[in-house]
Design a protein around this ligand. Sequence first.
Ligand SMILES: Nc1ncnc2c1ncn2[C@@H]1O[C@H](COP(=O)(O)OP(=O)(O)OP(=O)(O)O)[C@@H](O)[C@H]1O
Length: 454
Amino acid sequence: MSLKKASILVIDDDPDVLTAVRLLLRPEVKEVVTEKNPEQLPALLGAGDFDLVLLDMNFNASINTGNEGIFWLKRIKEIKPNIAVIMITAYGDIDLAVRSLKDGASDFMVKPWHNEKLLDTIATVLKGSVAVKGNDPNNKAFASGKMGNMMLGESEVMQEIFYKLSKIAPTDANILILGENGTGKDLIAAAIHKQSLRVNGPYVKVDVGSLTESLFESELFGHKKGAFTDARDDRAGRFETAHEGTLFLDEIGNITLQQQAKLLTVLQNRQVTRLGTNQAVPVDIRLICATNLPLQELANENKFRKDLIYRINTVEIVVPPLRKRKQDIPLLANHFARMYAAKYFKPNISMADSAIEKLQQYSFPGNVRELQYTIERAIIMAESELIEAKDLLFSPLENPVTDTEDTAELKLSTLEKNTIMKVIDKHNGNISKAAKELGLTRTALYRRLSKYEL
Ligand SMILES: Nc1ncnc2c1ncn2[C@@H]1O[C@H](COP(=O)(O)OP(=O)(O)OP(=O)(O)O)[C@@H](O)[C@H]1O
């Protein structure tokens, strides 16, 4: 949605702020309504059709915890879940503002702001929020339950994914998400839950790839006290915990054939039996699975059961690596720059064109996660307000990948292995630090260590 068509509600108890915002927005938007008393919010939201609320985080001069802002944010989301909210905050409340993103705010502005920056932020949020409102395929964002609340993408392929997601999220279809590490599979799973009819139910994520044979059953299906040596209490498994909600099984390609058989039985019967009991408990879950492995190939090699694939992939979403959708890089880079500029108290920092160009020339083997860490590093190190090409340092894997050739995957594996060794060495064997620099989770790094037998 464009600024010109937007109806905006501004809530702040400082009349000077309200006047300033009114003067700024009136020529730019369709309608601007200002109100100093947040108690009026429910009535105003009921009466008007607002696209966006600018909401102050502090309303009582004597209490300055920002909690009133979070309280009112939650109320807005209860009354009109799809309305976009930008929080207005003072410098000292950045932590709370970041928390507000988790509670559904689309963005936040730090006082005092530059007028242009405020308009820019409102315009960006409005563009994103349409996806939430109408699931229009021409949008650049899809609402997620995660930090920043938005999954961004303007490439054709991401637009198609958003469209597909908007269609399938409200159904109960099982979904299989395929894609390399760091492409956003986790974010997609959270987004599907957020946009589903189960949104008020639990969202339970399990990294099944990291569960040992012995933990697998008790973790997923639960156990009775005494069922095995460490079972000190009765415990519900993740299937039961996810009852009436969504169960997200990550790294599904890494489970053994034995685990696959157990999972299949539960999915077929839609009931679980806790270890140590005979009683089957019905479970009502929506299942989402994800993996970075080619399941079909694994099935052809008899490493993954075909009947399980059929069971889990009613709908398949394939998320392409970032190097195959470079059009998304500017949008994502600016999004991360704004996010970290706020986090590290550098509100006026922005990305130079040369920096965006450099990012677009890089192959990002760690995908969006690596882009995110690259920008975070640049913002932390930045000495001026403009991030330039020279400020962007990639993890040692700097050679752009030309993945049109057959040899690309092979080259990439060798580069990846060497890079991992170099980075671990640099951090004296500290896996957490190495994983962070590489743009990987610790689990993903461990998996690579075992893949390359390091
Ligand atoms: N399209 C996107 N828009 C905004 N942020 C994104 C997008 N894609 C990924 N991210 C961010 O990149 C990081 C990695 O994403 P995520 O964890 O969802 O990837 P993944 O595919 O599940 O990775 P892994 O396979 O390693 O678990 C997260 O911080 C996520 O918020």
